[in-house]
Design a protein around this ligand. Structure first.
Ligand SMILES: [Zn+2]
Length: 432
């Protein structure tokens, strides 16, 4: 018996949507049977199937998030795997990859297997663990990457910190390559951060808060790109937030380095100006940057320098945020606003077509880590998200399914809304 699901596996008929099928966008029905896609296009019939009316809606491949924090084991007051998966489903995600900075750290097979078991209990949304690069995230001894891969780790990362010692990072890239694992870099030089709380610039000066130079991010991006080129080993750079960081990756790609990167929805929308009023919900790592950075990131996403969008969903307890700015935890609870922020900023504005956006939110992130991409084609596992492109809604964190209500987007009106999420042929989220 699957826990946390709304429907048991049954046949589902999605009627009359605009279907972003693998072969191209088409109008028509999608029939799901036995957890798989049975037919696409035209008018389908199925006696006894659950019918979802989708006229005017987009029917798209389930969204894939390759960077989130589910907090279990160890920080269940912030989130656990079941609440995280419910929030992910509400956000339209059918696959999520969770980072290793739990307690205990996911640096060994026992923790990886524990996460996978808890995820199975939570339902059919796929949870794929990212294991640590170094034991305890201490930046010293490398983890047993071969064994971690065998039990289901899809990548390795010390996310939360960079691997401080460059030689250790070089060894990690070369070792991970032996097992076909991508190393995900959290680009942040902690010495350069030097107590910074927000982006260093006009607003940090105006607000009297210590700033973090963008060089803290960009030096590590440059270092890790060079090391990836040196070892010809796959590197993925997490949460790129600056114009300069994107430019370094653009150059590295041109030079042939095996590098990919992501940015997060909040960097495409919010800026450092939002820290006015000292709302701790604007505190995130890397920090919100300037309007110029935001525009450069959108450009880099468009030209392919930035491969994909990942949420960096980082739920916190109210007590972690309801303190003065300097003491507040960093992070944004991102699952439940990610899609709508991207739709508002990228599609509603006319910058991206829906197809381009869903590539960045589903197919491309799967390609980056080499995991199965959801595909709207006959025979595929039915991982499908249904979107209302015209809906407008106002963010109310009290309605989040995530335990983390920490968001700087409370009260903002966004366009585009997830109406249904289907994972493995099971409805895992049903909107109004
Ligand atoms: Zn990170």
């Amino acid at each position: 018996m699957m826990k946390g699901t709304i429907n048991p596996v049954s046949n589902i008929l999605i009627k009359g949507g605009r279907v972003l099928a693998s072969g191209g966008t088409t109008e028509g029905d999608v029939l799901i049977a036995g957890g798989r896609i049975e037919a696409i296009g035209g008018e389908q019939r199925a006696d006894g199937a659950d019918v979802i009316q989708a006229a005017g809606l987009w029917v798209v491949p389930g969204l894939v998030d390759i960077h989130c924090h589910l907090r279990e084991p160890g920080f269940e007051h912030k989130e656990d795997i079941a609440s995280g998966v419910a929030a992910a489903a509400k956000g339209g995600f059918t696959t999520v990859c969770c980072m290793a900075n739990t307690n205990p750290v996911n640096d060994n097979a026992v923790v990886t297997e524990f996460i996978k078991r808890r995820a199975e209990e939570a339902g059919p949304v796929r949870v794929l663990p990212v294991a640590a690069v170094t034991k305890g995230l201490m930046g010293e001894e490398l983890t047993e990457m071969g064994e971690l891969r065998e039990v289901g780790a899809v990548a390795v990362s010390d996310d939360g910190k960079s691997v401080r010692n460059a030689q250790r990072m070089r060894l990690a890239l070369s070792y991970a390559k032996c097992f076909g694992l991508v190393v995900i870099s959290h680009p942040e030089d902690e010495d350069l951060v030097d107590g910074g709380l927000m982006n260093e610039g006009y607003w940090s000066t105006a607000l009297g808060l210590p700033g973090t130079t963008r060089a803290a991010e960009e030096t590590i991006i440059a270092r890790d790109c060079m090391l990836a080129a040196l070892e010809n080993a796959r590197l993925h750079v997490a949460h790129v937030s600056t114009a300069g960081g994107a430019e370094i990756i653009r150059q590295a790609k041109r030079a042939g380095a095996p590098v990919t990167c992501e940015t997060a929805p909040h960097y495409l929308y919010a800026t450092d100006e939002w820290a006015q009023g000292y709302d701790a919900n604007t505190k995130v790592n890397p920090p919100l940057r300037t309007v110029g950075d935001r525009d450069a990131l959108i450009e880099a996403l468009k030209d392919g320098t930035i491969d994909c969008i990942a949420t960096d969903h980082a739920p916190h307890h109210l007590d972690d945020k309801n303190v003065e700015y300097a003491l507040a935890a960093s992070g944004i609870s991102g699952f439940e606003t990610a899609f709508s922020i991207c739709w508002t900023v990228l599609v509603k504005s006319g910058r991206f077509t829906p197809e381009q956006l869903f590539d960045k939110l589903s197919l491309s992130p799967a390609r980056v880590l080499g995991i199965d991409a959801p595909a709207l084609e006959v025979g595929s596992r039915a991982d499908i998200t249904i979107i209302d492109p015209e809906a407008e809604w106002t963010v109310d964190p009290s309605k989040f399914l995530s335990r983390g209500k920490n968001t700087p987007f409370a009260g903002r009106t966004l366009s585009g809304e997830v109406k249904r999420t289907i994972a493995g042929g099971v409805v895992v989220y049903r909107g109004e």
